[in-house]
Design a protein around this ligand. Sequence first.
Ligand code: GSH
Length: 236
Amino acid sequence: MADASTLKVYHLPGAWGLPTVSPFCLKLDAWLRMTGIAHEAITASTPFAGPKGKAPWIELDGQKLGDSTFIVAHLAARFGVDPDAHLTPAQRGTAVAIQRLIDENLYWTMVHDRWMNEANWRQFRDVVLGGLSVPARRLLGPVARRGVKKQLAGHGMGIHTAAEIATIGRRDVNALAAILGDQEWFFGAEPSSTDAIVYAQLVNIWRAPLESEVRRAIGQTPNLVAFLDRFAARYY
Ligand SMILES: N[C@@H](CCC(=O)N[C@@H](CS)C(=O)NCC(=O)O)C(=O)O
């Protein structure tokens, strides 16, 4: 029987063999698998019930908490786990830089490719709004799309052309491939939170049957493709 000390994790719907098509939700899911923390995963149709209006969010000890990074820090302290314990201070610095590259930049190239490319949008709208009835999807789809267009412009990614966004995304993918090199995990022989972050974002581009230059770029980096397979084999 669930009580307040049961960790409840709310994430957006899944597709393409992934439990969720949100990289932030998948990051948390992957981190929870890595740490083995028991939890109840709940699919939410929209992110609006989250304390910050975004997914993922959790409920624990009678409180709601939003933002994947704050959630991970909270759970690490609450359950006394640290998959990054083996990192040096310099590696911890690099981990933050990789996270920013992914969460604050590469993510937005994916948002552009999913939501603003007409052919991709026609497929993706039924995935991202898949938890809603078909009439609700038809009604909310254009509204949500207008909102995302504003977010893209506000972030700055949306003011670039599709070709420029492809260049930006390619550069991020190639940087990640260069950092990984021929290592098994981003910081050597043992996995860390960074691997969960990289996996969650890249697999969401790689497994989606949507056209994009960034997806092509991933396909051109065999070490990243092998990394995605390695991560999935170990944790999924
Ligand atoms: N910084 C947040 C970002 C979360 C986020 O942007 N989630 C997206 C789904 S991938 C969302 O809920 N977007 C809804 C919106 O912005 O309205 C985190 O790390 O959790």
